[in-house]
Design a protein around this ligand. Structure first.
Ligand SMILES: Cc1cc2nc3c(=O)[nH]c(=O)nc-3n(C[C@H](O)[C@H](O)[C@H](O)COP(=O)(O)OP(=O)(O)OC[C@H]3O[C@@H](n4cnc5c(N)ncnc54)[C@H](O)[C@@H]3O)c2cc1C
Length: 361
């Protein structure tokens, strides 16, 4: 077994920000990610971010990722890539499998879990056919691997992920045949939705996918209107000529490591389901464990970065790297920035949900 001071699991925006904040405070940090490169979701995001100037609105996700990695390279942060964390034992022992063959246990003083979230599936007849995939998978194919998942696409879900990936599929040369949305209104930010509409893509609300048809691959999709009880209305079926069905039906926090390590569960539908209880400093009920980013409730990269800063700072403070005055001042700055992110039509609901978790007895 080897020993390290602070171990951060996940090198997305939350994990990188946590590592930076802890290292800037003087702590020694090891950050671990299962991917070949750090950045989490950011490197798929070729679009300009929304939010305020303070939160890098107007900057592309890939550029935010590059900047975070550049910042980390100036600090003495140890990075293990291609390394999967498979368990946390006895509150401080992190079991890692490196390059799929070498098993290592790292004993840490503090652990920050920043594992992100996973896409939700929707099951319908034919949903296991090749050609049915998560919208995030399609985004990885076009923006990272430069491969079109298909030429004729049906998008399920009109939230930000659904509309942004639809637009990026159009940019990559695919024909998006329709976006369907089970709710009565569209879910994404107007600016992204408008771009897809302007490209001539039809949006159908109160509509879902009934069936994917095809022998060894999707060749058609059947969509259907829904009544007030969300039941399909017979006779409203439409057949679409598509070879790809992308599902953008929300995300669920990747909480397995946290729960297996003993973190208390709290249910929050607004934040994506079961999430680990944590206090305002992102510390869980297991004193050596902190969480940050989508694993603590699905929000956005900007909030993930601020939560990462809170977690990194708090872990460093608990190890006595900074004085109380400095901690309070940096902590309050991050809290103020998070508060401003959790405002407006989308943010307010998340602010209330986060508050409920922190105050959950
Ligand atoms: C299409 C799309 C558009 C978006 N647009 C915006 C936007 O404009 N603005 C915005 O603010 N946000 C946006 N977001 C949201 C943003 O990408 C996420 O909220 C953010 O990436 C969450 O950061 P994170 O660090 O918590 O998780 P992630 O970025 O998911 O990073 C988690 C990392 O942990 C690693 N990991 C997980 N489990 C393990 C394990 N067991 N061992 C080792 N490593 C592990 C993963 O491989 C990953 O690298 C968008 C998301 C999508 C999908």
């Amino acid at each position: 077994m080897i020993e390290r001071e602070i171990v951060v699991i996940g090198a997305g925006p939350a994990g990188l920000s946590a590592a930076l904040e802890a290292a800037r405070s003087g702590a020694s940090v090891l950050i671990i990610d299962e991917n070949h490169r750090p950045g989490g979701q950011l490197f798929k995001q070729i679009h300009k971010f929304f939010g305020s100037h303070e939160h890098r609105a107007g900057v592309r996700g890939i550029d935010i990722g590059t900047q975070l990695i550049e910042d980390a390279s100036h600090l003495d942060i140890e990075v293990w890539l291609d390394s999967e964390v498979c368990g946390i034992f006895h509150e401080r022992e992190v079991w890692v499998v490196r390059s799929r063959e070498l098993s290592v246990t790292v004993k840490a003083k503090s652990i920050i879990i920043a594992t992100g979230a996973v896409e939700n599936a929707v099951n319908f007849t034919g949903w296991t056919l090749p050609g049915v995939m998560g919208a995030g998978a399609a985004q990885t194919m076009i923006n990272i691997h430069r491969v079109l998942p298909g030429k004729k696409v049906l998008m399920i879900g009109s939230g930000n992920v659904g509309v942004i990936v639809s637009y990026q599929l159009l940019q990559a040369g695919a024909d998006v045949k329709a976006v369907v949305e089970a709710a009565g209104r569209l879910g994404g930010y107007g600016v992204h939705t408008a771009k897809v509409r302007r490209a001539g893509v039809p949006f159908y609300t109160r509509t879902t996918v009934l069936e994917a048809r095809g022998n060894d691959h999707v060749s058609e999709a059947v969509i259907v209107s829904l009544d007030d009880a969300w039941k399909p209305i017979p006779g409203t079926e439409k057949v679409l000529d598509v070879d790809t069905i992308c599902i953008a039906a929300g995300l669920t926090p990747l909480v397995e490591l946290a729960f297996a390590a003993g973190c208390r569960k709290v249910y929050s539908p607004v934040l994506g389901g079961m999430v680990p209880w944590h206090d305002a400093s992102m510390r869980t009920n297991v004193p050596s464990l902190y969480i940050a980013g989508d694993v603590s409730g699905v929000e956005e990269a900007s909030t993930a970065m601020e939560e990462g800063r809170l977690a990194g700072l708090s872990a460093a403070y608990s190890l006595r790297y900074i004085e109380k005055d400095e901690y309070d001042s940096r902590f309050n700055d991050a809290l103020r920035r998070i508060d401003s992110l959790r405002s407006g039509m989308f943010g307010e609901k998340r602010r209330i949900a986060k508050h409920a978790i922190i105050n959950h007895i």
